[in-house]
Design a binder for this molecule. Structure first.
Ligand code: F6P
Length: 320
């Protein structure tokens, strides 16, 4: 099929680096004389026909910006048969020959459904959680980790001044990648992750042992969704006698100007996605493997085993 016009949308939680993809897609599409339609607010934009042509002026300078100029949403309606059909109609009415979807695994399931309805889709992994098995890296992860490190470093300053323990909750949805990299980078006294069973007694023992060896302030990093960090802080204080405070970092981790890795991966992913559509490929997801850009069938990619870095966790554990 001769492709003339493609669409691009960003879906799910936004991630630094999404704008780099949008820039890359527009630039690479124009090199091949393709038109680009920006779809606004994720799949909602497809359902409601909220699309606008993008040109080079629209994407100038966006590579350095956090968030996504196309806005994002989690769209429940798209998961219904009727929502899907309305999205298909919008694609057909607007003569979209291929669609690039930047988001997480939920967004890729949507892309798979659209592809089955005859709309060729390419998925690009964009989520701070780094929880997509078919890629070693998802856009936004590095920026989110760096932001969290900066915040925890500040917490650590005040904890040190008061001989306190800081229990910090970081994002990650159901995965511990952010917690692990942040924990190692801030020299955490303990890291609590969904991938490893939490042994509270072990945490207390490690803290008591460290206190005997002169340690007075502590950082405990906890991946979200596992426990009430305010309760854990109280328990730590009661058991070890170390005054404790809890902090939930929250959405600050999703914002900010993307680091180099997120800009570069965004450019690479965007380029490969355009090339795949030009080559007539459908239902593919791109990813990074050993620093090379790869692509998989969406369903095969989603079915791959989790890539949790056990080696790094083992290193981290020896530092507790
Ligand atoms: O998937 C990205 C993420 O930031 C997760 O880490 C977090 O669990 C979730 O999104 C928060 O979603 P929302 O922005 O809808 O509250």
């Amino acid at each position: 099929m001769n492709i003339k016009r493609i669409g691009i949308l960003t879906s799910g939680g936004d991630a630094p680096g999404m704008n780099a993809v949008i820039y890359s897609v527009v630039k690479n599409a124009f090199e091949h004389n393709l038109e680009v339609l920006g779809v606004y607010r994720g799949y909602n934009g497809l359902i409601n026909g909220n699309l606008k042509p993008l040109n080079l002026d629209d994407v100038k300078d966006i590579i350095k910006r956090g968030g996504t100029i196309l806005y994002s949403a989690r769209c429940k309606e798209f998961q219904t048969g009727e929502g899907l059909q309305r999205a298909v109609k919008t694609c057909k009415d607007n003569k979209i020959d291929g669609l690039i979807v930047v988001g997480g695994d939920g967004s890729f399931k949507g892309a798979n459904n659209l592809s089955k309805e005859g709309i060729p889709c390419i998925g690009i992994p964009g989520t701070i959680d780094n929880d997509i098995a078919c890629t070693e890296y998802t856009l936004g992860f590095g920026t989110a980790v760096n932001t969290a490190i900066e915040m925890v470093d500040k917490l650590s300053d005040t904890m040190m001044s008061h001989d306190r323990c800081s229990v910090v909750e970081v994002m990650g949805r159901r995965s511990g990648y952010i917690a692990l990299e942040v924990g190692v980078s801030v020299a955490a006294s303990y890291i609590v992750l969904p991938e490893v069973e939490f042994d509270k007694k072990d945490l207390f023992l490690k803290m008591e042992k460290a206190m005997k060896n002169g340690k007075k302030h502590f950082i405990v990093v906890v991946a979200e969704g596992l426990m009430d960090v305010f309760e854990l802080a109280k328990e730590i204080e009661k058991t070890t006698g170390v005054e404790s405070r809890a902090t939930v970092l929250g959405h600050v981790q999703r914002g900010g100007s993307p680091i180099a890795k997120d800009r570069i991966a965004g450019v690479q992913f965007g380029q490969r996605a355009v090339e795949l559509l030009l080559a007539g490929k459908v239902k593919r997801v791109v990813g990074l493997k050993s620093e090379k850009i790869v692509d998989y069938d969406i369903l095969e990619g989603l079915a791959l085993d989790s890539k949790f870095p056990k080696d790094l966790y083992d290193v981290a554990k020896k530092m507790f």
